[in-house]
Design a protein around this ligand. Sequence first.
Ligand code: SUG
Length: 448
Amino acid sequence: MKCREVNFDGLVGQTHNYAGLSFGNLASGNNAGNIANPRAAARQGLAKMKALSDLGLKQAVLPPHERPHLPTLRQLGFQGSDREVFESAWRHTPELAAGCTSAAAMWVANAATVSPWADTADEFTHFTPANLTSMFHRSIEHETTGRILQAIFSDKNRYKHHAALPAGVHFGDEGAANHTRFCNDYGAPGVELFVFGRYAFQNNQPHPVEFPARQTFEASRAVATLHQLDPERTIFAQQNPAVIDAGVFHNDVIAVGDRNLLLYHEQAFLNTQDVLNEIRSKTSDQSIHLIEVPHAAVSVEDAVKSYVFNSQLLQTENDQTMIVAPLECQTNASVSAYLDELIAQDNPIQSVKYFDLRQSMKNGGGPACLRLRVVMSKQDIQQCEANVFYNDPLHDQLGEWVDKHYRERLSPAEVRDPDLITECRTALDELTQLLNLGSIYDFQRTSA
Ligand code: SUG
């Protein structure tokens, strides 16, 4: 069966702002308090989707979440009208109010882990929304994420939707940001690589000391079990704790893979040789390319600053691989020199395309953070009732929608504006109609 890997990009939400919420994500900390431009952020995301769709790639969009999220603030004890809840949360517990106002759900690489039917024992495509328990502002995403995925992937004979893993310190799960799939062809059986930051049940194992390891081995293993993956075609690899302490809070900040290609930094993994040997032996039916980027060419510091590994590797129509990188890679001398060298070498990567995603990058989100990959057959795409697949009319409609509903600046003071509640709901109500998603948001589901 001929299949495509569809890139679902998260649409930036109206409350996009710089609140410094993600400890261990250096960009988030460094840009805390800056003034954000939600409209520009959303426009930058749309421009990437349009460019990739114009290149013949299958592109789709995932909607933002309802923010501020009043149900969470009510659950935490705030009472009164929506405006009163929001205002008193900002007055008494600004850290909770900020968490409930974050637009972080835009980084949909963290939305879920997806295993296509070709890899699973029951031949269903499995989805597990990530619980994102390490960061409060992200731990409130998974219920809405689950509803969005179920609205889009609604065929019960094709898709299985799991609940997020149990909350708590043992099962921290950050979704596809720590998940890579190797295959010859998207519809053929693949080998799934799960990268984790620490063991939750064994405290004597290596782990980062400064910053949190957001993904546990136990979470990765549980997702693989839920998805009915073949242990012979599943790999668990530990991230190098030293790089987590250097700001690599997800594996997709230090390695990226697609089909039979893995581009990884020399220091990405603990026990690198064991990881590479296991990848080689489990993918022995594929012609795997493992490209190691030496620290001497690109330091971990430059990798974190430029987000070169947070690129997308995409198959263009002539079956060549293109690397979609953030603009910051072009302006970083060692990274741009490395990329020039990489495309000149004898390997599948033939071209680089740079994108201005600076609004997202300032919160630690590059091209790969913004997308969730789902393998779909032509029939799956045709049968999908949601209007989420990118084309020129959708691009124009979303552009108009953004211009109508998004502010051009959001400072730390402006993010407290209770008018955002209605602005957000009005826009999202329109969006769910545009994308034909039904009632996915809490405000659409609770009777007044
Ligand atoms: O979870 N930033 C996100 C960035 C996620 C990037 N995703 C991947 N690497 N796949 C995070 O740390 C910052 C929000 C703030 O500080 O306002 C934030 O949530």
